[in-house]
Design a protein around this ligand. Structure first.
Ligand SMILES: [Zn+2]
Ligand SMILES: [Zn+2]
Ligand SMILES: [Zn+2]
Length: 141
């Protein structure tokens, strides 16, 4: 996507969830849309460099996006959350994430869909299925 397309997409997503298009929201969401892989608050702050809102603002902005369901928490790695735009997930499930046990890299498997789990438990209401897979990536296999 070009910068122009990313800006358009950013504004469209913010409008769709009725969030005000503030400066920090626009740059943080654009950074997520531009990234090929899920990003941590720290990675976003580093990438944005001097134009970045401070790290606390980046973190709060990401949480606002998660609450508005425009961004998902993709996975937790070494006590750090990694975030990604929600547009590569369906309402009922996130695409699976694959972590290589050898090199530690995590990949989005956006083309893989896994049947929804059928729960025998009463009283638990499932909103979304998130699956994490482990094994060896092509470089390490
Ligand atoms: Zn998701
Ligand atoms: Zn690997
Ligand atoms: Zn992903």
């Amino acid at each position: 996507m070009t910068t122009r397309e990313i800006e358009k997409r950013t504004d469209a997503l913010l409008n769709a969830v009725k969030l005000k298009r503030t400066g920090p929201r626009r740059v943080v969401l654009a950074a997520l849309l531009r990234a090929a892989e899920p990003q941590s608050a720290e990675q976003i702050a580093v990438k944005l460099g001097t134009s970045a809102p401070n790290k606390v603002t980046v973190y709060r902005t990401l949480e606002t996006f998660v609450n508005a369901d425009v961004v998902h928490k993709a996975f937790l790695q070494k006590r750090t959350w990694y975030y990604e735009p929600a547009d590569k997930c369906t309402d009922t499930q996130c695409h699976p994430h694959f972590t290589c046990t050898h090199c530690g890299d995590t990949h989005c498997l956006t083309e893989m869909s896994i049947p929804l789990a059928e729960s025998p438990y009463k009283g638990f209401v499932v909103h979304r299925q998130q699956v994490r897979l482990e094994g060896l990536c092509p470089d390490c296999a």
